[in-house]
Design a binder for this molecule. Structure first.
Ligand code: GLY
Length: 494
């Protein structure tokens, strides 16, 4: 059996390891921009081939596929989905695990995602306004003094999202100014260069609560949820610093528990089930809307909010990075069996199982990431014992044939496992300590991911949100908003 993997980051290294473990003993091939040292090792040890190429270019990927004639292709990142790679492969009769361009719209356009969620009345929907230009947004920002999240309306690697609290009347003029400045930078900077989308800016109501990702395999008929994972987006300990693609992630059992034998959890089993149902509803809705089958992975990047309980923040059309490392470490079922079932649309026949364990993943990054990737690039990497396999995934790294250099983003992802999250975090921490740059350039990572203090804070945040949304639920007010209208009093809307 031959499998072509598209993409060369940490997520794809995790996928390659999982595929290589299969009882089908596949030959793994890969096409990516950088030559990932971990994937290269898997490719060469199985007798496959590594193609360097632009993963967003259908002719490059189809060309690689025609050279190796794979049984199927597994697309890792989102951009190839947005560029129609799965469609181009299927046109040539090559089966693909990857969302077609039309269904990947759920991730590409946050405005389309919200339109769909409201059209189909899917729970966990936030109020939003979408804008094509900055100028269109100005009157709205001028008129409404409210706490909001400003977002690039396109998937932009987690960059550009800003939440602005707006409670005090005496600060409203200053807040308006900040909102306008950031809205302008979203349209003119973060969305610059993206011409594949109509709406550029999204303004959403501000919500709070713990975030988590529920990733699902789907063949378009059956949806199989994987364990919930919590990504940590901010660059520095204590959730400080700029937003990144993800500095590390935690998971334990299906619903983000503190430990395997410990009932404390960020979300309850019921909330986990409801989140998975929401992802299924989104998949059903996009299939109905487009008439296209969804073959691959869909994920809800969720928040447990006081308004709704499980609430959709974004959708992914692929595995998250680093969330993939968590779920693939926990996966007991043969990934190739799952892929084959997706292709044949009989996923309902596969029993997909996960290990009850805690997994903590920590990304190690060169200084400069995320804002000055030019500075973070080209530094020689050294990894000391424990050995550079098993527990360490290569991410943005280039195998030059004469050593490995940083690619400018997260260079490795260190995976620790255990019976509790703090235990898993401590193991991942040990691995991070063994990663260095031999030219003296500095690396950083978040040491707080999965620690007792950090996980207990997230559990507490979940408890606070739960108390309020369950009260709303009991009163029949779930998803409703109460606003004060002068002369009329408190009105229920939504
Ligand atoms: N972990 C964030 C992402 O995969 O986009």
């Amino acid at each position: 059996m031959k499998i072509l993997l598209v993409g060369g980051g940490g997520r794809e290294h995790a996928i390659a390891e999982s595929l290589a473990k299969s009882s089908h003993c596949p030959k793994v091939y890969c096409v990516s921009e950088l030559i990932n040292p971990g994937i290269r090792k898997i490719v060469s040890s199985g007798g496959g081939e590594y193609f360097r190429g632009d993963t967003n270019d259908p002719s490059a990927v189809v060309g690689a596929a025609l050279r190796c004639s794979p049984d199927f292709v597994f697309v890792g990142p989102e951009e190839p989905n947005f560029h129609g790679i799965p469609d181009a492969l299927e046109d040539k009769g090559i089966p693909c695990i990857g969302a077609s361009k039309e269904v990947a719209e759920l991730e590409l356009s946050k405005a389309s995602m919200r339109d769909l969620q409201w059209k189909y009345k899917i729970p966990g929907r936030l109020w939003y306004k979408k804008f094509k230009t900055f100028e269109e947004a100005v009157p709205y920002i001028e008129e409404y003094a409210e706490s909001i999240a400003l977002k690039p309306a396109r998937q932009a690697g987690g960059k550009g999202v800003k939440v602005i609290e707006d409670f005090q009347v005496y600060l409203q003029d200053d807040k308006r100014k900040v909102k306008k400045e950031h809205a302008e930078s979203i349209v003119n900077e973060y969305m610059k260069g993206y011409d594949d989308i109509e709406y550029k800016l999204l303004i959403e109501e501000r919500v709070w609560g713990p975030e988590y990702t529920v990733q699902c395999f789907t063949d378009g008929r059956t949806v199989v949820p994987m364990p919930a994972v919590q990504d940590n987006k901010h660059a520095f300990d204590g959730d400080l610093g700029p937003e990144t693609g993800g500095m590390g992630s935690i998971s334990c059992c299906m619903n983000l528990r503190y430990g395997v034998e410990d009932e404390r959890a960020v979300i309850t089993e019921g909330e986990y089930q409801r989140s998975a149902e929401i992802v299924k509803m989104m998949i059903d809705a996009i299939q109905r809307e487009t008439g296209k089958k969804y073959h691959g992975i869909s994920a809800g990047q969720m928040m447990l909010t006081s308004v709704w309980g499980p609430t959709v923040i974004e959708m992914y059309s692929r595995l998250g990075d680093p969330e993939a490392a968590n779920v693939l470490t926990m996966l007991k079922t043969d990934l190739v069996d799952i892929c084959e079932a997706i292709i044949c649309e009989d996923l309902n026949k596969v029993k997909v199982e996960f290990e009850d364990q805690a997994v903590a993943v920590k990304a190690v990054c060169p200084e400069g990431y995320p804002d000055r990737r030019d500075l973070a690039k080209g530094h020689p990497v050294s990894i000391s014992a424990p050995s550079n396999s098993g527990g360490i995934l290569w991410a943005s790294a280039e195998d030059t044939g004469n050593g490995v250099v940083t690619g400018g983003s997260r260079v490795v992802e260190c995976i620790g496992t255990g019976d509790t999250l703090p235990e898993a975090s401590a193991r991942a921490e040990e691995l991070c300590m063994g990663v260095g740059l031999s030219d003296g350039w500095k690396l950083f990572h978040r040491s707080d991911i999965g620690t007792e203090k950090s996980i207990l804070r997230r559990i507490q945040l979940g408890n606070m949100a739960r108390e309020i949304y369950q009260y709303r639920e009991r009163k029949g007010l779930l998803g409703k908003r109460m606003i004060w209208i002068p002369g009329k009093g408190l009105m229920e809307v939504g």
